[in-house]
Ligand binder design. Structure first.
Ligand SMILES: *Cc1c(COP(=O)(O)O)cnc(C)c1O
Length: 727
């Protein structure tokens, strides 16, 4: 499920963002000549999925790199001239840089497949999680879209992406001393982001206008380069717009219902207009989640304008032939929908009459049940109606979606016939696999290991051939790195005030590399059942306190700002303060984001997930963990139903049905007993060599089987074969 799908009323965010429209300043620092390539490298996110790319920046000044939150644009602005000239005079560094730059230039110039392909894809999504230095995502949906673009780039697909630029992004999280989540928003300067203003042949900014609240609102376009892929982001923070309109693309999922519609108009309708202005003629429009579904109305209007004799039905037929849709949530309440009244206010009479339909017919486009006037206008029904293909994001989610939307197809006898398929999600291996493992794969498999991943048979053989000790040592080093990260993140900052609950004077006693470490990081929402682990606290603490075979836990996750229930769950977690080792062996890392996720999925032994079935449409963090040899310990839901083979992780519960209460109780029992009887004994059993051989066998099985199956290369190839080029 996506962040968009919280089932709570969203009120306007009334945070500290009185619109003070700062003007950005251009920073033109000239780099020493031998380092000049760093500038171009920093302007394309390609570096971010190359371990060497990150190292080329970080190695100048690792402390500053983290202070700048791994943002190379900010880093190059702030780094001292002395450091730069030291590097410029360092022949081995300059050689590394030129080798990397040559590889980067090569990557950009070798457009292998483009000429042969006739499919030209436009990909629409409301958020993109490409790298932390472009804070334009809230969670799973955005990360998935980012990984989609990276694989499309690696596979050299002709794909252009469209989104919005949120000036204040998504909120940053802190936990105050009483355990309550605090939110804040950071303002971003465009010059500090790896974005280029989109300009026309005369050097003028390319803009599109969208009719909103009786006014023409202008959005300007920015270009982010993601390897070979162009990502265009629309932004209403333009000085000629009114202050209110400048904030339309202010916050991601922060506004009220009306802001939401208006954002979706800019994305869907503005997005199509932008592609036209840029002369891009997609043959397929991929709407990744319903947020962009208004694009179908714009396409219909376009068609009717150039075919004056056509009817709306004819336009729908044409639009359907071009559009495909992916749904990401398994519950009704999770789908974006708007009161008919608000919708009518947001679309002008002229627009609706240009579609050659009545207001009533217009409102019916968003209803599951055409006869029910009171039903809200849903973006998912609109998308299902206007697209030739609809899919869920795992096999189970496909099945759940067919049942959920059967109501739209009264003529069909059963859910099996509902035209919704599935393409299971995947994650981008070079982004998520730890550099240390990538090195090991390069050494033992070859430079082209990520291509071998695409041939799953060869990959399995190659992984099985890696010596146990190499896998284990790499993992232990990554675990040590995670522990160092945890200690640093929870140490008291030298600011004088300890403003969060997590600042400890001395964190050196936190966590041990020899203790079984379980990670649990995800959005704090009721169905994710954060509280399941705590349903029998004495039993949990007994495991944590065990003298010979203890367990430690690392948690992270954000609660939606308006979701008090979720915030209470977090507060309860913070309040566990027993006469036990809990405080030494359990930490909560604030402000879960891509960087935190990377440390966690790469460093833990076990990745736990306990959603209430069948609410986890897919889940992707477990895939990231699996590729790093962390064993999934998870409810059989979403992707794990397809991934689990009995040897590559652990299952919690089974596939039987019951009431929520029954399932919570039986899943909690299974969670504890599987930990006590399987996970803990397996982790702590070492053979004569001193290695946990049985555990390493499972780690290898996880890396060997799950990496090919859940890589975004496989996902994007499936989209290409079955959705974009399929019929
Ligand atoms: C991968 C990722 C997610 C999505 O993980 P789920 O398993 O779907 O909860 C969310 N947030 C961040 C920062 C991620 O990296």
């Amino acid at each position: 499920m996506t962040e968009a799908s919280t089932d709570i009323a969203t009120e306007a965010v009334t945070q500290q963002t009185q619109p003070i429209f700062r003007t950005d300043f251009e920073f033109n620092r000239s780099l020493p000549e031998p380092l000049a390539a760093l500038d171009a490298i920093s302007r394309n996110f390609y570096w971010s999925w190359q371990p060497e790319g990150t190292a080329l920046f970080r190695d100048h000044d690792p402390e500053l790199w983290d202070k700048c939150e791994q943002n190379p644009r900010v880093f190059l602005k702030k780094i001292s001239g002395l450091r730069l000239y030291q590097r410029a005079a360092d022949a081995s560094y300059v050689k590394r840089l030129s080798t990397f730059d040559a590889r980067f230039q090569d990557y950009l110039s070798v457009l292998t497949n483009n000429e042969q392909r006739t499919t030209n894809i436009a990909y629409f999504c409301a958020e993109y999680g490409i790298h932390n230095s472009l804070p334009n995502y809230s969670g799973g949906l955005g990360i998935l879209a980012g990984d989609h673009l990276k694989s499309a780039s690696d596979l050299d697909l002709p794909l252009t992406a469209v989104g919005l630029l949120y000036r204040f992004g998504y909120f940053r999280q802190k936990i105050s001393h009483d355990g309550w989540q605090q939110e804040s928003y950071n303002d971003v300067f465009e010059s500090e982001l790896a974005l280029t203003p989109v300009v026309d042949a005369d050097g003028e900014r390319v803009t599109v206008a969208v009719h909103i609240r009786g006014r023409e609102v202008v959005a300007q376009a920015w270009l982010a380069r993601v390897g070979r892929i162009s990502l265009y982001l629309l932004d209403t923070n333009v000085s000629t717009n009114s202050d209110v309109d400048r904030l339309i693309t202010g916050h991601l999922y922060g506004g009220d219902v009306e802001t939401r519609i208006v954002q979706e108009k800019v994305l869907g309708m503005g997005g199509v207009r932008l592609l036209r202005k840029l002369g891009i003629a997609p043959s397929v429009f991929h709407l990744n989640e319903g947020h962009a579904a208004f694009s179908t109305l714009e396409l219909a209007k376009e068609y009717l304008e150039s075919n004056p004799d056509a009817s709306f039905a004819g336009a729908v037929e044409k639009v359907r032939s071009q559009c495909v849709f992916t749904t990401h949530t398994p519950v009704s309440a999770g789908n974006d929908s708007f009161p008919p009244q608000v919708l009518s206010e947001c679309f002008s009479k002229e627009f609706i009459s240009a579609l050659k339909i009545t207001n009533g017919e217009f409102l019916a486009l968003g209803r599951a049940n055409l006869a029910d006037d009171t039903e809200y206008f849903g973006m998912t029904p609109l998308a299902i109606r206007m697209c030739r293909s609809a899919n869920g994001v795992s096999e189970k989610h496909g099945e759940v979606s067919r049942e959920l939307w059967l109501k739209m197809f009264p003529d069909l006898a059963d859910a099996g016939a509902v035209p919704i398929t599935s393409v299971t999600n995947g994650v981008h291996a070079p982004t998520w696999i730890a550099p240390l493992f990538q090195d090991l794969f390069t050494k033992t498999i070859g430079e082209n290991w990520h291509e071998i991943v695409r041939q799953s048979g060869d990959w399995k053989q190659a992984i099985n051939a890696i010596p146990d000790a190499d896998i284990w040592n790499a993992h232990q080093d990554l675990k040590a790195l995670l522990i160092a990260f945890i200690r640093e993140r929870t140490a008291a900052k030298n600011t004088g005030d300890q403003d969060t609950i997590h600042e400890h004077e001395n964190t050196r006693g936190l966590f041990s590399r020899d203790v079984l470490t379980i990670g649990f990081a995800r959005r704090v929402a009721a169905y994710k059942r954060w509280d399941l682990l705590f349903s029998d606290l004495p039993r949990l603490l007994k495991m944590v306190d065990d003298a010979d075979r203890p367990v430690q836990f690392v948690f992270a996750g954000k609660a939606h700002p308006q979701d008090r229930t979720a915030k209470t769950i977090l507060q309860e977690l913070m309040s566990i303060n027993h006469d036990s080792n809990w405080q030494r062996r359990a930490v909560f890392i604030e402000d879960y984001d891509q960087e935190v996720a990377r440390y966690l999925v790469q460093g833990v032994d076990v990745w736990m997930n306990v959603p209430r079935r069948p609410m986890e449409a897919s889940g992707t963090s477990g895939m990231k963990a699996a590729m790093n040899g962390a064993l999934n310990f998870s409810i059989l839901d979403g992707w794990w139903i397809e991934g689990y083979n009995g040897e590559n992780g652990f299952e919690i519960g089974d596939l039987s049905d019951g009431s929520d209460e029954q399932m919570d109780a039986s899943d909690a029992e299974s969670l504890y007993s599987t930990l006590e009887n399987q996970v803990i004994p397996a982790y702590y059993s070492h053979d004569n060599s001193g290695l946990p051989t049985d555990w390493i066998r499972r780690m290898k099985n996880s890396i060997a089987t799950l990496t090919p199956q859940f890589s975004s290369d496989r996902m994007v190839t499936d989209y290409l074969d079955r959705i974009y080029e399929g019929q």
